[in-house]
Ligand binder design. Structure first.
Ligand SMILES: [Fe+2]
Length: 312
């Protein structure tokens, strides 16, 4: 049995001071990272009863990249498909809000009243890079989410996906001071307003990167929005944020791009994502289900720890 992993081991990798621990983790991470979006896809034969082997293949990708794509042949309007797959992956603590249905799973589709009020997810416009729930208080941190496609758009609606550990790696490799600056507890402030679902909430001030107090897992809180956000008035924080956005928008290696087609879904440890604009046919409006969780995907926790554990 492996040594119990403590948050201090995460700090050795993700905070300054132990360059050897950092390099060992970095090399392993780069070697294990899936090369292309197609490497992320796992076929599930029976969408309501994934097999152990299928679930293990999903967990494997989540351990390497914090995300996986499943593909089923079912275009059914059935929340039990994403809900059931997520539950089998250990995602049980749903983040409910007042707009989600009783089951805690939200239908994402064009809705004129919400999009007219400025809630972009419910429009056909592009969504900029973000992690989910970046405006949440720490006690409601979104550690994972699932997105399931029932109907795709006639054109567009593609997603970009980036593992937060890879975003950290880019920053650390390019300028360690940038990576560290984004741990600043006041790096990013979102003023009190409403969240993307229109729910009133308090001001949210916090870091971009943080390590879980208990598990040490790296968490990322980020949005590329330019309005209703205040980056800390610190040149290093601002440079880091601007540089990161350039990398994301440039689609460098490590940015996966794909479109969820009917029956396909994303399960992830709240990775960075964006969405392109789309056009839909009135007869077949785009429909996705989204579920957010406070847990991380089982079997992918402390994925960074392998090297630290073997080094004692
Ligand atoms: Fe999102």
């Amino acid at each position: 049995m492996a040594e119990p992993v403590v948050p201090e081991q995460a700090a050795r990798i993700f905070r300054p001071g132990d360059e050897d621990a950092w390099r060992r983790w970095r090399d392993r991470k780069l070697e294990a990272a899936p090369r292309s979006a197609s490497d992320l896809i796992v076929e599930i034969a029976n969408p309501l009863a994934p097999t152990q082997a299928e679930l293990a293949a999903i967990a494997d990708r989540c351990r390497r990249a914090n995300l996986a794509i499943y593909a089923t042949a079912s275009a059914a309007e059935d929340k039990a498909i994403p809900g059931g797959i997520a539950e089998r992956l250990g995602l049980v603590s749903l983040d409910r809000n007042y707009l989600s249905d009783d089951d805690g799973i939200t239908a994402i589709r064009v809705e004129q009243d919400k999009s007219g009020a400025g809630y972009i997810p419910y429009s056909d416009r592009p969504l900029r890079w973000h992690t989910d729930g970046y405006y949440n208080e720490p006690g409601r941190r979104i550690r994972a989410f699932a997105l399931h496609c029932v109907r795709s758009a006639a054109a567009g609606g593609e997603n970009g996906l980036v593992d937060p550990e890879m975003a950290y790696l880019w920053l650390r490799e390019s300028n360690p001071a940038w990576a560290e600056a984004l741990f600043d507890p006041e790096a990013m402030a979102i003023p009190a307003r409403e969240d993307e679902d229109g729910i009133a909430r308090a001001e949210s001030v916090g870091p971009v990167f943080s390590l879980d107090d208990v598990t040490g897992d790296l968490h990322m809180r980020y949005t590329a929005r330019t309005r209703s956000i205040a980056w800390k008035d610190d040149p290093t924080v601002r440079e880091a944020a601007a540089w990161l956005l350039e990398q994301l928008d440039a689609g460098r290696e490590g940015v996966y791009r794909l479109r969820l087609e009917p029956g396909m879904g994303l399960v992830c440890n709240n990775v960075l994502h964006d969405r392109t604009a789309f056009a839909e046919a009135a007869s077949e409006p785009r429909l996705l289900y989204r579920a957010r969780y406070h847990d991380r995907i089982a079997g992918s926790e402390r994925s960074w720890a392998d090297e630290a554990a073997t080094q004692g």
